[in-house]
Design a protein around this ligand. Structure first.
Ligand SMILES: [Zn+2]
Length: 153
């Protein structure tokens, strides 16, 4: 909930405006400059985080880390999964990880480790999977990777 008054200057005319601010965030021993949303009083400049802004800040920081280290970002993981036509659950099975991990990586709450990032890249590489959904015949789609894919008989 956005307060309708400013605790710093007592302005009571819904003084808070949504802004994008740049901050320095520490993550895994490194500092990143990230831009994320916040609220700022139009009268005195007093700033605070609004609903969902802490999550947005965390995700922006995690994505900055991912970009710097060449990891897939949360939206890249999401779009690769969508391109394969898989649900989170089936994607998790396909990768051999827990579906909670997929959910956390895609939401940006958690950064995948290096081994998981490699796994994600290798198994979602374009050209290494087929979407075998038969037109109008099944809601299910099947995807597999080449080479070394498990039994495809
Ligand atoms: Zn104020």
């Amino acid at each position: 909930m956005i307060p309708d008054f400013c605790p710093a200057c007592d302005a009571a005319d819904n003084p808070f405006a949504l802004i994008q601010r740049e901050t320095e965030q520490d993550f895994r021993g490194e500092t990143f400059r990230v831009t994320s949303p916040a609220l700022q009083c139009r009268h005195c400049g007093f700033g605070m985080l609004g609903p969902g802004h802490l999550d947005a800040l965390r995700i922006a920081t995690h994505d900055a880390y991912r970009r710097k280290h060449g990891f897939l970002t949360s939206s890249e993981i999401l779009s690769r999964r969508k391109a394969m036509g898989l649900s989170q659950k089936r994607f998790a099975e396909f990768l051999g990880v827990g579906s909670a991990s997929i959910e956390r990586w895609e939401s940006g709450i958690l950064v995948q480790d290096k081994a998981s990032d490699l796994l994600l890249r290798q198994r979602t590489e374009r050209g290494l999977y087929f979407n075998l959904r038969p037109a109008g015949r099944s809601k299910h789609s099947f995807a597999f990777s080449l080479p070394g894919s498990p039994a495809l008989t």
